[in-house]
Design a protein around this ligand. Structure first.
Ligand SMILES: [Zn+2]
Length: 105
């Protein structure tokens, strides 16, 4: 005969306690995996922010900018646009991977 009962965390049947323990463990690990996925993308984004330190790649001055605009019109904008496209497509890929990781857990 099949045993039918309504179970809760107050239930003390040994088989139910085991099932509840397994359920809690599963949820805990799923949450940890999600947190790891979020931490990974944040770490990556933060490391990109530090990849071009200003002591090596010094800030562009108005003088630099003006000189470049006069000698190579449009070049600065094309370099900036290329960097922007690269960065945002990488960020979009990371976010898509994160969403996939969160949905699969
Ligand atoms: Zn039960």
């Amino acid at each position: 005969m099949k045993d039918i009962h309504t179970c809760s965390y107050y239930c003390d049947r040994p088989e139910c306690i085991k099932a509840q323990r397994d359920d809690l463990r599963e949820r805990l690990f799923a949450d940890e995996a999600k947190q790891d996925a979020i931490d990974n993308i944040l770490q990556r984004l933060e490391s990109w922010g530090k990849a071009y330190p200003t002591d090596i790649f010094r800030e562009i001055t108005d003088e630099d900018r003006n000189w470049l605009h006069e000698t190579r019109p449009g070049l600065m904008d094309r370099i900036a646009a290329g960097m922007g496209r690269h960065m945002y497509s990488q960020i979009a890929k990371d976010i898509a991977a994160l969403v996939e990781a969160l949905e699969s857990k």
